[in-house]
Design a protein around this ligand. Sequence first.
Ligand code: FAD
Ligand code: SIN
Length: 531
Amino acid sequence: METDFLVIGSGIAGLTYALKMSEAHPDKTITVITKTDADETNTKYAQGGIAGVWDENKDSYDKHIEDTLVAGDGLCNEDIVALVVKEGPERIREIIDLGANFDRNEKGEYSLGKEGGHSENRILHHKDVTGKEMERALLAQLATSSNIHLINHCFVVDIITQHHLGYLVTKSTLDITCYGVYVLNKQTNQIETILSKITVLATGGCGQAYRTTTNPRIATGDGIAMVYRAKGKIENMEFIQFHPTALFEPGVSPSFLITEAVRGDGGILRNKAGEAFMERYDERKDLAPRDIVARAIDNEMKRTGTEHVYLDARHMNKDKFIHHFPNIYEKCLSIGIDVMQQMIPVAPAAHYSCGGIKTDEWGRTSIQNLYACGECASTGLHGANRLASNSLLEAMVFAHRAYLNSADKVEKLNFEKRIPDWKATGTSDPREMILITQSQKELTQIMSDYVGIVRTDVRLERAMKRLDLLFTETEDLYRSTKVSPQLSELRNLITVGYLIVKGAQFRKESRGLHYNTDHQQKSDLLQNIIL
Ligand code: FAD
Ligand code: SIN
């Protein structure tokens, strides 16, 4: 198959890019691939909303920029922060024009929420299901497009480069070029080749590397692992954001999120003795940036020997709570918690990857004709810690920029016709699926036990040794059996785990989301760790 533009991922980043390209170039072919159903994305589960300076009388670009820089703890790229904050409102207006509905107050103005680290109310939202509404609007628009070909249930295994033509490609090769991808068609179980002139990775995050995560099953870091295998640049993987307040529900995966907006509306964190402990940790209390709140909760849990703390909403106005958070209210009721009577048990869960595929201000990766946007990319916006509700914004801003940069480039490109078919090395069907599920379980155990909110040198070293063994076993399995999505995801998760540990080992300081008790000071040297 040949396509001018190949977009991998149907979340906010991939769909925004595809729709823009489709409108600007009705004569070109655009293919969007997704590994399960089109709407099964991290995007669909976004709750709190999308941050943007909406009313310049009450808020300002400077304040949003400053809040983003403070959360990022010294590692944000200031030019990138400024451009995202300033271009963001225009992108939000565009999705409103596509039909996404955001809540309004009695005066008909957009109702702006607040979350940790924000100095002003600036978060547009649709109840507590903002992502679902945005995904709905984007997919509805896509259905009207005549030149976007959406392929569901197709698993991208690897991106194709000169390596597949038999050339030696290393990290030092300057002109690594992407010619398309190999995909596993889940219907036929065959690996097929898709040639593309421009390829866009919008494959989302990697929360599934951890035992407890808010991310759905699809979040296995595939794009990041593929680029690493293709010798592209990955950066800042040690900055995994743990959301402070996932619903504590043992055995349930993924964890249901209790949006930070509940704290923005007055919710209070309490320990098992009922103490509002955040005032002991930060003057911004419950609305301090996420790294600080998650570490405080982790500390309280360890100090009091509990597996969770509580989020107290009992004092909040019932009608207002149900109006803003109907989904959370219903979910809690379904497990026997009336949030007006009982406190909600919550614990931190892996939530967001701040690092990823290194890109420039146009979404270009270090591999030619390959772009990345959304959670899989590392644009420089988040630095060492992402400010709440900045990721939907970032995804739209960089999808737009990637579209602008790649639109005309396509005219000068040709398909690389010499690409060989996929070489199936393994002959038998995956013999024992249980081996794959057991290894994945082991991986999440290693990452949660040794590479979580608080790290030490010894724990990181132990994690690396365990990952080494898992890597060797999995590569053996990969060589001897037919490729399956499960086996590919396991390989990708092990690669992502390795990148997180390696980044954490290189960073000899505690900064933002990376906290190592053996290196508690911040280094004077501000550096991004590129792997
Ligand atoms: P996704 O939306 O995750 O889409 C990834 C796509 O890639 C999917 O279509 C998937 O099928 C496809 N894909 C992946 N690998 C492959 C492969 N190998 N082959 C084929 N297809 C593949 N951010 C905010 O700004 N505000 C919020 O309120 C907010 N709330 C959140 C709440 C939750 C519970 C979660 C999990 C995240 C939240 N976030 C929030 C973060 C935000 O939702 C994500 O960062 C963002 O939606 C990512 O969008 P994306 O387009 O990059 O990827
Ligand atoms: C939330 O609603 O608390 C999540 C917001 C985010 O991850 O940006």
